[in-house]
Design a protein around this ligand. Structure first.
Ligand SMILES: [Zn+2]
Ligand SMILES: [Zn+2]
Ligand SMILES: [Zn+2]
Length: 218
């Protein structure tokens, strides 16, 4: 889920998506996106925490300091009721599509970035603070919960829910599986299948092309 910026030295006739200046001396773009950015904006502007694009003059800062570009903000899941409904829809779809039903079930929590970092740190000491976490499945005693960051764009929210739900299913179906590559590979496969289920083939293709070993255990 890391965004890759590519630099092209050729001038383009288009304008920078962040500052609207003509792109006269090369530009950058994000994989699979048509927006292009001038080198100055790449170097100086804050980046959207959801898609990594340099933000334009119109952008949003969430209360925990995360920044959203205008595009990601359009579908950002901020309201708890909206989040819960989308969570339920995603879980129902994954269960129907792949048969991953839970016997005990799992709770859903919408949290901010410091809360998620704290929960992760309390759960395991395996991660460094630099890793970006968007969601987390955790069992603490009798509490089994999926935590999601608020403010994620809708499709990213669904992708992370599908991934974390897969971990919740693993918790019931194969609790002794410790191989991280198998655990994460399966969770990513569930997220990938969910994107296909939604008809989001480009987002699914993007998952195939992104570098998964760098992805932390969420
Ligand atoms: Zn620019
Ligand atoms: Zn964005
Ligand atoms: Zn994971």
């Amino acid at each position: 889920m890391t965004a890759h910026l590519t630099h092209t030295a050729q001038p383009a006739r288009e304008r920078c998506a962040a500052c609207a200046r003509l792109l006269t001396h090369g530009y950058f773009f994000l994989r699979d996106r048509s927006d292009r950015y001038c080198p100055e904006c790449i170097a100086s502007r804050p980046r959207c925490d959801a898609c990594a694009a340099p933000v334009g003059d119109q952008h949003w800062t969430l209360h925990d300091g995360r920044v959203l570009c205008a595009r990601c903000h359009t579908t950002a899941i901020i309201d708890l009721d909206v989040a819960r409904e989308l969570y339920e829809q995603t879980v129902a779809a994954v269960t129907a599509q792949l048969g991953l039903a839970l016997r005990i079930g799992v709770e859903f929590r919408l949290v901010d970035a410091p809360t998620l970092t704290g929960i992760r740190a309390a759960g395991s000491g395996e991660h460094t603070a630099a890793e970006k976490t968007l969601g987390l499945y955790q069992r603490q005693g009798r509490l089994r919960a999926i935590y999601l960051l608020y403010g994620l764009p809708k499709l990213l929210f669904r992708t992370v829910v599908a991934h974390e739900y897969a971990h919740a299913w693993q918790g019931e179906a194969c609790p002794l599986l410790e191989d991280d590559r198998l655990r994460e590979g399966f969770a990513e496969w569930v997220a990938y299948r969910h994107l296909l289920y939604l008809g989001c083939t480009r987002a699914a293709q993007r998952m195939l092309a992104s570098s998964h070993p760098a992805r932390p255990r969420l």
